[in-house]
Design a protein around this ligand. Sequence first.
Ligand SMILES: C[S@@+](CC[C@H](N)C(=O)[O-])C[C@H]1O[C@@H](n2cnc3c(N)ncnc32)[C@H](O)[C@@H]1O
Length: 349
Amino acid sequence: MVQAIDASQQSLALRRAIDRQIDGVSLAELRSSSDRLSAAYRDRGPGDSPPFATPHDRLAYLAARLPSTFEATRAVLGELRRRAPGLSAESLLELGAGPAPGLWAAEQHFPELARAAHVESDAGMAEMGRRLLEAGHFDAHVESTWFLRDVGRTRGVGEHDLVLVGYVLGELGESVRDELVDTAWDLTLGALVIVEPGTPAGAARVIRARARLLERGAVVAAPCPHGNACPLASDDWCHFGARVNRSSLQRRLKRGSLGYEDEKFSYVAVTRGNADPCAARVLRRPRGEPRRVSLRLCTADGLREELVTRREGERYRAARKLGWGDGWAPTTDEIGDRNDCPRVDLEGA
Ligand SMILES: C[S@@+](CC[C@H](N)C(=O)[O-])C[C@H]1O[C@@H](n2cnc3c(N)ncnc32)[C@H](O)[C@@H]1O
């Protein structure tokens, strides 16, 4: 067991480990793989095989996507930790692990982690994941096991305290997806987390998985403050944003000049009990107006808009600090003794 580590140090450690893998590869080669990957992810159908055709494709995933999936996953696991404070995760299972960002992401919030299993069908990706973990010195405190196989074949993988299905459902056909959600839940001792891109299609996959898990007795820890059907209309979708500082390589790969990007993601974290969901979830970036803050919230009673004015003193000051995706307490009356929704800060996580 190790002590929790600083978030920015960890992002830096991952970045350095990625840079070491990429060292010596030409920018032109990486860029053409990155462009090809983006197009493949955009155009391929569910169930198409993973788009990594060459070693450069995998390196391009590391350079262009891994920092973002890592930050989104880390933000989600941070929120799970807050909403399920009694959860102890000594073991982690990543299904469709890719280069294992889940373990990097879990390390900060679950320093008690001692074992991790990664199921991944692409041998090259698994090898890169291994090398990254080695560079991060995970072997000093986490026993990590790779299973080179399809996510449907989980015999011998075992049950784990924390199970993560990160950015994988969209790679699978619908029926396989449902099977994976069921299998993941069967292997979950404490909490199961599903993360998808924050697109309408990604959010729809999360909602379908959530409904399936609720039917099987799962308790939603985040982001929903309830276990009811999602109240968002069909033209809207539940998603959040995680701030990702771009390296100069990422900027060049993406032909962008900004020093950061916001990774949009949808997620659900469910537990086998002992969850303490927020009373309300902030669904949009709060609008700060003179002497008031306007909030769009999801609550157990459905969606609501709330205006917090300066006359509310402490509450107004708290509302001014709120970010998109944070937990919030709608009114003092409603929350009773649940007025403990802390700031989540997914954007800055
Ligand atoms: C988009 S990547 C996500 C990787 C990682 N979880 C992350 O968050 O960055 C999806 C990964 O799932 C793997 N994958 C896709 N279908 C799979 C399957 N049927 N069985 C095992 N792995 C699969 C791919 O090879 C790829 O590494």
